[in-house]
Design a protein around this ligand. Structure first.
Ligand SMILES: Cc1cc2nc3c(=O)[nH]c(=O)nc-3n(C[C@H](O)[C@H](O)[C@H](O)COP(=O)(O)O)c2cc1C
Length: 334
């Protein structure tokens, strides 16, 4: 009965924290109300008061539990303190060491802690630190990509590593529909974490042009042309937009620092200039040359045909998986 819930949630469907400001209160609440685990995204700078407001705003939209993601590569100590004070259900962490101390701190506050990892080694360290679940990210994933392995081989290896311990493994990367969900369950995952599919929802805070491109375009590439100065050595999977195709061979010494300003955006209440090759994907406030901004997407993007309400995405994953398992697999087993 693999499609049942994890970590106390009704289902094992996770909305990835979508940086820098895409999985806001509306999207997280929609996923929570549909029985999934929605993850807000903390700012990449210390902003505990803003974060408290963000969490409280989400609580006005849902009475279901939800979580929040923090990228450990950026300043985060005050933010994590605020998150733990607010007692969200889950703290997700990425791109940095999920230490035993951090796990203890979260547990003392009654908050579950779930790192996203991209290798067997990173998974082992997380298990040893005592985490509550592990998101395993394959190279298929949209956004920043921390490992090199494909999901189909990485998930079962982490599942074997977990063994009999009660640490659900959650698969992330290229999963868009019930077929991907059932495939992940077959690999031993107990949940799935989707990013790109949720960017293309009605409640996501992505710019309408970005959402439209996710429906129109089908190809992605693993690259590092975006945000090299601000977040070095952090490759990403991006949509092959005409802008990207034109610039994909950007010489390695170039970065966003001395590039022209192509637009503006309010990211977590802060006015930001967006330079060419900057990392942030366009959110709903972005103005300027949107089509030349970074648009991250996973390899499953070719399966996205329409913008849906986020609750509908959760519902289709669950009912579709139940149907698939019942129709295609149960009969042979009995
Ligand atoms: C626009 C976008 C922003 C993302 N931002 C974050 C982030 O801030 N923190 C994080 O842990 N993962 C982030 N991810 C990666 C997701 O956690 C997840 O690994 C990925 O979305 C799974 O692949 P998929 O997009 O094919 O579903 C992001 C992904 C996308 C598409």
């Amino acid at each position: 009965m693999g499609w049942r819930g994890i970590l106390g949630f009704e289902y094992g469907i996770v909305l990835a924290p979508l940086g820098p400001d895409i999985s806001g209160p509306e999207l997280v609440a929609a996923v929570a109300n549909a029985g999934g685990l929605g993850l807000l995204r903390a700012p990449d700078w210390e902003s505990p008061d803003y974060l408290r407001d963000l969490i409280r705003k989400t609580k006005t939209l849902t009475d279901k539990p939800f979580g929040i993601g923090v990228v450990l590569a950026f300043p985060h100590k005050e933010n994590i303190k605020a998150i733990l004070d607010e007692k969200v259900a889950v703290l997700q962490v990425y791109w940095g060491e999920c230490t035993e101390e951090l796990v203890l701190e979260a547990h003392q506050a009654g908050v579950k802690i779930v790192p996203q990892v991209g290798s067997v080694e990173e998974a082992k360290r997380a298990i040893d630190a005592g985490v509550d679940a592990i998101i395993v990210q394959g190279r298929e994933a949209g956004g920043h990509v921390i490992g090199q392995d494909a999901l189909i081989s990485l998930v079962p290896r982490v599942v074997d590593l977990v063994g009999g311990q009660d640490i659900p493994v959650i698969a992330a990367g290229g999963i868009v529909d019930a077929r991907g969900y059932v495939a992940a369950l077959a690999l031993g995952a107990r949940g799935v974490c989707l990013g790109t599919r949720f960017v293309a929802t009605e409640e996501s805070y992505a710019h309408p042009t970005y959402k439209r491109k996710l429906v129109e375009l089908e190809k992605t590439e693993y690259t590092d042309i975006f945000g090299r100065a601000r977040w070095p050595n952090a490759p990403q999977r991006a949509l092959e937009t005409p802008f990207y195709v034109h610039w994909r061979t950007l010489p390695s010494h170039e970065n966003e620092t001395h590039q022209p300003v192509i637009g503006h955006s309010t990211i977590h209440d802060m006015e930001k200039e967006i330079r060419r090759f900057a990392g942030p994907v366009p959110n709903a406030t972005a103005t300027g040359d949107i089509e030349s901004m970074a648009m991250y997407a996973g390899q499953g993007v070719g399966l996205i045909k329409e913008i849906l309400p986020a609750g509908e995405v959760v519902k289709r994953l669950v009912t579709g998986a139940q149907r698939l398992i019942h129709q295609n697999f149960s009969a042979e087993i009995c």
